[in-house]
Write a protein that binds this ligand. Structure first.
Ligand SMILES: [Zn+2]
Length: 251
């Protein structure tokens, strides 16, 4: 289980890229929360795989990719890992202002488990940064084009449902504690079984439920209810190795 009291990230990851990224746009968290509220955003969201989500539940915190790796825990590789290291955001915690699966009506590339948190969780840190563009499109862009530069800028240009605009928590030492803010954990149902006939949803929900019990979180796993036009099950069926890696609680 992860030890959040061990050496802080600021001591283990003082890379030049991280320092440069830290010069980027730290916005006052209460103002960011207010802008989000003004657009009707009262929850923030984080999607991940079952394996990685079990670490989060054990720690009662969203954890940065870098922190999980640093503590020697297994996590499912993500397509964005190399970019995150390049751009100095490997030790940061990311959240969205929208349930991307529901809005896009397809699977979320980051995984089938969705943590839904009260937006007040942002107040746990003095500042929040918000990306203007998704880091996958950052190459060649200056800091002003990557990040919102002020809360006035955010007020003028934040759009609810724009997947580019991600909330980034950079002062959390890689762990955003959510015990008092977690409102639900929603799990996709791919309606798939493995080669021995085990149902992937049942395996995944069982692993998450076991972690919830250990952590004494006061909630149960909810099965996602999809819009009838949602393509997630098609995506899961067409990409079985990826689907298995995202749902199986051990690799
Ligand atoms: Zn769906």
């Amino acid at each position: 289980m992860i030890d959040l009291q061990a050496a802080p990230i600021s001591q283990i990851a003082p890379s030049a890229a991280r320092k440069e990224a830290h010069l980027a746009m730290n916005l006052h968290s209460a103002r960011v929360r207010d802008v989000l509220r003004g657009r009707g955003v009262t929850s923030v969201y984080h999607a991940n795989t079952v394996l990685t989500s079990c670490h989060f539940i054990h720690a009662a915190a969203l954890l940065s990719r870098g922190l999980v790796e640093n503590r020697g825990l297994a996590q499912t590789p993500q397509w964005s890992d190399a970019l995150d290291k390049d751009y100095g955001i490997w030790f940061d915690v990311f959240a969205d202002s929208v349930d991307i699966h529901a809005r896009a009506r397809t699977w979320n590339h980051y995984g089938p488990v969705l943590f839904v948190l009260d937006a007040d969780v942002l107040l746990a840190e003095p500042s929040v940064s918000v990306t203007r563009r998704n880091p996958s499109a950052w190459r060649g862009l200056g800091q002003d084009e990557r990040w919102f530069k002020s809360t006035d800028d955010l007020e003028a240009n934040f759009q609810r449902g724009d997947f580019n605009q991600m909330l980034v928590l950079r002062e959390s030492e890689g762990a955003l504690r959510f015990r008092d803010f977690l409102t639900s954990i929603v799990l996709d149902d791919p309606q798939l079984t493995d080669s021995t006939g085990r149902n992937l949803y049942d395996l995944a929900s069982g692993a998450l439920a076991a972690a919830i019990e250990v952590s004494r979180l006061n909630l149960t796993v909810e099965r996602r209810v999809c819009d009838e036009r949602c393509e997630c099950r098609l995506r899961y069926r067409e990409n079985l190795p990826i689907s298995f890696s995202r749902f199986l609680p051990a690799n």
